[in-house]
Design a protein around this ligand. Structure first.
Ligand SMILES: [Zn+2]
Length: 295
């Protein structure tokens, strides 16, 4: 089970002090980030919206080649000159820098010996990356992003989502799944009572997949189409390790937000429609009165 992680995940969701192997799901992004120059899209805690971040390679060759580069590029490069420090700067403003300190640990002789008979195995894969510091902190990332949703979401959902994100940034992945599951369950329960009011009865004891099926017309499309997310959340809570849950959490977080946004948009659409309906009725009666006056 693995989903390749991005550079953004390394900054925004890989917890401090969790060491990951170079052949883990973080591997491809780590190799790009540590040994190449490049860019990635990420939420910028300073702009408070998504932006493109740029990073430089710290090799000597690049240092010389970069003399002609833009001011921002040279600044990035100078910051990269310490190999255990990785900055990335926002494309909108070079002062918006996200930075992490890290260490690389090398495999022990014993670990290497385990692969002695396997000539196809690259023992570089056994190196481990571990973040030992970061600014802005992952909490800052999460807080800034959550603020964006503050007006959009119910307080209780926002709180559960905040707890899920905080759990994940501290490495408690199963707990992050648990809080995400609460958001999911609360939404289903509120739709169940909404449906009951409209004459559709779904038992509270019904299985979750049956509830989703029965409540399809009341639920956000994204949730109905991806209802297996509930089974994934359950698997995370009961079977997966904290590390596995942390690695999968960015997808869960985005999915939960997509579901809540869908729901909120549908509610706003309904409110707009009912207001328009009232306004139109008002205009009709006004025109009716005018006609009567005219007669
Ligand atoms: Zn920015």
């Amino acid at each position: 089970m693995s989903i390749d992680r991005t550079e953004e995940d390394i900054f925004s969701s890989l917890p401090l002090y969790q060491s990951v192997r170079m052949d883990s799901e973080y591997g491809p992004a780590l190799i790009r980030l540590l040994y190449n120059e490049g860019n990635f899209d990420s939420y910028c805690p300073f702009c408070k919206e998504r932006s493109t971040f740029y990073y430089e390679c710290a090799t000597e060759r690049l240092k010389y080649e970069s003399v002609e580069r833009s001011h921002a590029g040279v600044k990035r490069l100078l910051r990269s000159s310490n190999s255990n420090f990785k900055p990335a700067t926002c494309g909108r403003d070079p002062a918006h820098t996200i930075e992490c300190y890290y260490r690389i640990t090398y495999p022990t002789k014993q670990e290497i010996a385990e692969y002695a008979g396997d000539s196809s195995f690259d023992t570089n894969n056994l190196r481990r990356f571990e973040k030992v510091g970061q600014t802005p902190s992952q909490f800052d990332f999460a807080e800034a992003e959550l603020k964006k949703y503050a007006k959009l979401l119910e307080t209780v959902d926002l709180e559960n989502l905040r707890k899920a994100i905080i759990s994940s940034t501290h490495g408690y992945g199963a707990s992050a799944f648990l809080y995400s599951r609460r958001v999911f369950e609360r939404l289903i329960e509120s739709k169940r009572s909404e449906a009951e009011g409209a004459g559709t009865k779904i038992e509270s004891t019904a299985r979750m997949d049956e509830k989703v099926k029965g409540l399809a017309e009341f639920l956000p499309d994204f949730l109905v189409e991806n209802s297996h997310i509930y089974a994934i959340l359950g698997k995370g809570v009961h079977e997966l390790t904290d590390e596995e849950c942390v690695a999968l959490f960015p997808v869960i977080r985005e999915s939960v937000i997509a579901i809540l946004e869908d729901d909120r948009e549908a509610k706003e659409r309904e409110m707009r429609k009912s207001k328009l309906k009232k306004d139109i009725a008002g205009i009709s009666s006004l025109l009716g009165k005018k006609n009567e006056e005219g007669n």
